[in-house]
Design a protein. Structure first.
Length: 258
């Protein structure tokens, strides 16, 4: 009788274990529950746009000597000499300022952008000099030059990993991602010490970089109250509190100096 009880108990445990294993495997194959993302009603979404002005006399850009690598002499550098990019000012307007919604979207999650952000190496420079992207968005790295380059970001935020990759002349694209928000992450090429860029990783899709005319635009923003931040690699950060209503086209101006 005792033996029969042990046999029945053992069979029951085997069946339960098998069922639990099967359920776990099914859950694993099905994947984790999908992330609940915030959606924006485009019928009421607002736009924030404006201009970044540089007050006073901008520091003169310096010439970049690329003679250390003969291959850079044959790269497509465009018209004129290669100049430093710490301050790019045209008619009093400041380029390469990163703008993003710093406060006001807490508790909201947004799906990562699917189209890759692109960082190119052309003319033995990084293009763009300041890049904005979302956490989880693909970063596609190109080498359009006849020179060998390497890309070496140095993140400071836990969860964003440092890496250092080389690309042969006109080599295949490389894709990477960053998982955590981070502002002004420096990027350098260890083969060409003048090559520098900054990657900005946003938690939301609401960011922009001022262009050569100092203008920027952030579209699709839900109506609400926000803190808008503007960050420059040398001039630092400024913030403004803004309120945007449904369908509003809000104009914002920032003024930077040395």
């Amino acid at each position: 009788m005792r033996n029969s009880y042990l046999i029945v108990t053992s069979l029951f445990l085997i069946v339960v274990t098998a069922c639990n294993s099967k359920s776990a495997e099914q859950a694993k194959s099905a994947g984790a529950p999908s992330q609940a993302y915030t959606t924006v009603d485009l019928a009421t979404a607002a736009t924030v746009h404006g201009t970044i002005t540089f007050a006073g006399k901008a520091p003169a850009p310096g010439d970049i000597d690329m003679s250390a690598d003969p291959a850079c002499q044959f790269a497509d550098r465009g018209p004129g000499p290669a100049m430093s990019e710490q301050y790019v000012v045209n008619n009093g307007k400041l380029a390469n300022v990163y703008l993003y919604i710093k406060e006001g979207l807490e508790g909201k999650n947004f799906a990562p952008l699917q189209a890759p952000a692109v960082l190119d190496q052309k003319g033995c420079r990084y293009h763009p000099h300041v890049l904005g992207m979302m956490a989880g968005q693909p970063l596609r790295i190109l080498n359009s030059d006849p020179a060998t380059h390497n890309v070496h970001p140095s993140p400071k935020v836990d969860g964003n990993h440092e890496w250092n990759i080389s690309q042969m002349p006109k080599g295949d694209p490389v894709e990477k991602t960053f998982t955590k928000p981070e502002i002004m992450m420096p990027v350098q090429c260890n083969q060409h010490n003048w090559m520098k860029a900054f990657i900005n990783v946003s938690r939301t899709p609401f960011f922009a970089v001022s262009d050569a005319q100092g203008t920027f635009e952030i579209k699709g923003l839900p109506p609400g109250e926000y803190k808008l931040a503007a960050v420059h690699e040398k001039a630092g950060e400024q913030t403004q509190k803004i309120t945007v209503g449904p369908n509003e086209n809000k104009q914002v101006e920032f003024v930077f100096g040395r």
